[in-house]
Design a protein around this ligand. Structure first.
Ligand SMILES: Cc1cc2nc3c(=O)[nH]c(=O)nc-3n(C[C@H](O)[C@H](O)[C@H](O)COP(=O)(O)O)c2cc1C
Length: 314
C-alpha cells in the first residue's frame, strides 16, 4: 500500500505467519522503461528471491495506461524474477488518475483488455500475472465488463476491491459484487475491502462466495489477523502486544535507516494510529508519540516503555 505498507512494513508483518503472499506498492509506468533499480528500490525483496526474509513471496505491482509501455516495463520487471506481476486498476488518487492511471481506467474495459493482453505476452507462465480492480469509477455499470476484460486478457487471478473509485475507502465494501464478477470469469477471484476482523473475514467470504481474501489496512491494524484466521484461535491482545514490542522497535529502526529523520516519526505514528484500533498499549504510545517530531526524543520514550531501540544490522 503506497505510503503505508512498504518493504519495511512487509518485512515486519510477514514475521508473523499467515500470508500466502504480499504485493508491493505500485510502480508508476509512464512513457519510459523503469531502470531495474526502480524495481529493486520498490521491492528490495527482489534481491532475496522476491521474498521477505521470512519467505513470504512478494508480487510487484505496475500502474499505467499504455499497453506497450506497460508490457516493456513488465519485461524489465520479469528480468528481476518477481514472485508475481500485478496490475493496479484500483488507485483512486487524483494525481494518479489525472494521468490516466489506476481506477480512472475502469470506464474503459477495452483498454484494460489491451493492457492485460500486452503484459500477458511479457510475463512467462511460471510467474503469476494478476490484476486488482475496483467496481468502477462512479458506479458498478462496467464492473462485469472490467472483470471479463482482465480475465480474457490473461490474468490468472483477479483481486476485487469491492468499492468504486468514488467510494474511496469509506465503508461499506460491496462484497456481493465480488461474487457477481466471479460468476462471469473463469479465473479465481479474491475478495478485498473492509476486512478488519475474523468476523469480517467470515462475512466477506459468505457474501462474496470467494475462497480467498486479501487483507489491506486490517493487516496493518491487526498484525495477527491472518494468523488467527488460519488457526481459529481467539485474540489474546496482551500476548500479541508483547510480541509486537520487538517488532515495533525493529520497524522503527528500519524506518530510520530508510527515510530522512524528519519523515521517520510520521511512519511510526501512522502504524500506531492503526494499531490503536486493537491494542490499548498502542493507544497509550500513540498519544505520547503524536506531538513528537524528534527521533532521539522518540527513542527515549520507547526505551521508557521497555522498548529500547538498537540500530538494526541487516
Ligand atoms: C494508504 C493506502 C495506500 C494504498 N496503496 C495501494 C497500492 O499501492 N496498490 C494497491 O493495489 N492497493 C493499494 N491500496 C488499497 C488496498 O490495497 C486495499 O485494496 C484497500 O485499502 C481496501 O482494503 P481494506 O479496506 O482492507 O484496506 C492502498 C490503500 C491505502 C489505504
Amino acid at each position: 500500500m503506497e505510503g503505508l505498507a512498504d518493504d519495511v512494513l512487509r518485512e515486519i508483518l510477514t514475521r508473523i505467519p499467515g500470508y500466502d503472499h504480499a504485493v508491493t506498492e505500485f510502480a508508476r509506468v509512464s512513457g519510459s522503461v523503469l531502470p531495474r533499480r526502480a524495481f529493486t528500490r520498490l521491492s528490495p525483496e527482489l534481491n532475496n528471491g522476491s521474498r521477505t526474509s521470512s519467505g513470504t513471496p512478494v508480487r510487484v505491482q505496475l500502474l499505467g495506461s499504455d499497453p506497450e509501455c506497460m508490457a516493456d516495463n513488465a519485461a524489465q520487471l520479469v528480468r528481476c524474477n518477481p514472485s508475481g506481476v500485478d496490475l493496479n486498476f484500483g488507485c483512486p488518487a487524483p494525481t494518479v488518475n489525472r494521468h490516466r492511471g489506476g481506477a480512472a481506467l475502469l470506464d474503459e474495459p477495452e483498454l484494460l483488455y489491451r493492457i492485460a493482453c500486452a503484459v500477458r505476452k511479457a510475463v512467462p507462465s511460471h510467474i503469476p500475472f494478476t490484476a486488482k480492480m475496483r467496481l468502477g469509477v462512479t458506479d458498478t455499470g462496467k464492473a462485469l465488463d472490467c472483470g471479463r476484460a482482465l480475465a480474457d486478457g490473461g490474468v490468472v487471478e483477479l483481486v476485487v476491491h469491492a468499492r468504486t473509485k468514488t467510494d474511496g475507502y469509506r465503508p461499506p465494501a460491496h462484497w456481493e459484487w465480488v461474487g457477481r464478477i466471479a460468476d462471469v470469469v473463469a479465473v479465481p477471484v479474491v475478495a478485498n475491502g473492509e476486512v478488519w476482523s475474523e468476523a469480517d473475514y467470515a462475512r466477506c467470504r459468505a457474501v462474496s462466495g470467494a475462497t480467498h481474501v486479501m487483507l489491506g489496512r486490517g493487516a496493518v491494524a491487526d498484525p495477527f489477523l491472518a494468523q488467527r484466521i488460519r488457526s481459529g484461535a481467539p485474540a489474546d491482545r496482551d500476548a500479541e502486544w508483547a510480541t509486537l514490542g520487538p517488532l515495533l522497535v525493529e520497524f522503527w529502526a528500519r524506518v530510520q535507516d530508510k527515510v530522512q529523520p524528519r519523515h521517520a516519526p510520521g511512519r511510526l505514528k501512522q502504524w500506531l494510529n492503526l494499531l490503536r484500533r486493537n491494542f490499548p498499549g498502542a493507544e497509550a504510545l500513540y498519544q505520547q508519540v503524536r506531538p513528537l517530531g524528534d527521533v532521539a526524543v522518540i527513542n527515549a520514550l520507547l526505551a521508557s516503555h521497555g522498548l529500547p531501540v538498537a540500530p538494526h544490522t541487516t
